[in-house]
Design a protein around this ligand. Structure first.
Ligand code: ADP
Ligand code: MG
Length: 258
């Protein structure tokens, strides 16, 4: 049965999508069966997984509105080695359309139940907000992976996310937990980043993943080829780090009940 994880941080540009596609590809390389769910109307994880967001029909939007099943909407990303439940601009409308519908925050959870035995991992790329879409992700998930840059305001932003996760845990999804904080776009030459990294470890202890993802231009170039870095250039430093991270995820989530 699939273990389901959100990659979330309400800030934009912190590396959520890069983490989701590269973790998906890394897990696939380890022989895990993976479904990537794109919950961001920008559709970057979709496009970054060799899937054209303009060609999707149906998409995750139709799944949330119960007009299609996951089995109907998923597509295979051949080179990436995983399945994609893709998103495009249609999804921006779902936010409004879901208001007033019943079980609105549990739509994704319910839809994923039908395919849970097809996968070992389901990874959900969340939008940069704590919206109804992110709430659907958090309600469906066993845990949250939080990518973050080690910068001055990083810790401040984290408390909003941690509070939201606590509320969802208390009211909607008692299974939900923070799996870990992932330091991304890390540059060891920058003293401030090392200081923030130390603060993170002091404050969150074991919740900080051991793997650190370096800033690496190959990871940034890969989306323009429609691929995760791990597939586009497996030898690159950033790709190697994500492969290591995939192993850490497998080890860290092994004992989680599904
Ligand atoms: P988010 O999904 O949180 O908005 P992205 O994953 O799209 O963030 O990353 C924001 C930008 O930073 C993108 O242009 C991406 O290619 C780049 N980027 C992400 N991680 C790295 C990294 N480790 N090294 C270099 N560039 C990165
Ligand atoms: Mg993104």
């Amino acid at each position: 049965m699939a273990k389901i994880f959100c990659v979330a941080n309400q800030k934009g540009g912190v590396g959520k999508t890069t983490t989701t596609v590269n973790l998906a590809a890394g897990l696939a390389k380890l022989g895990q069966r993976v479904l990537l769910v794109d919950l961001d109307p920008q559709g970057n994880a979709t496009m970054g997984s060799e899937v054209d967001k303009r060609q999707l029909s149906p998409s995750v939007y139709d799944v949330l509105l119960e007009q299609a099943s996951v089995a109907e909407a998923r597509v295979r990303a051949q080179k990436c080695g995983y399945d994609v439940l893709g998103a495009n601009r249609d999804l921006a409308g779902a936010e409004v359309e879901l208001v007033g519908l019943e079980r609105r925050e549990k739509r994704l959870k319910q839809a994923l139940q039908a395919v849970a035995s097809d996968y070992d991992f389901v990874l959900i790329d969340c939008p940069p907000s704590l919206s109804m879409l992110t709430l659907n992700g958090l309600c469906a998930a066993h845990g949250v992976v939080v990518p973050m840059q080690c910068e001055y305001f990083a810790l401040e932003g984290l408390s909003d996310l941690v509070n939201t996760i606590k509320q969802v845990h208390a009211n909607l999804n008692p299974k939900l937990q923070v799996i870990g904080l992932l330091r991304v776009m890390f540059d060891t030459r920058i003293t401030l980043q090392q200081q923030v990294s130390e603060q993170l470890k002091a404050h969150f202890g074991e919740k900080v993943f051991n793997t650190v993802i370096p800033r690496n231009v190959r990871l940034a170039e890969a989306p323009s080829y429609g691929l995760p870095g791990v597939v586009f250039d497996p030898g690159a430093r950033g790709s190697q780090a994500f492969l290591e991270f995939a192993q850490e995820m497998v080890a860290r989530t092994k004992a989680l009940p599904t």
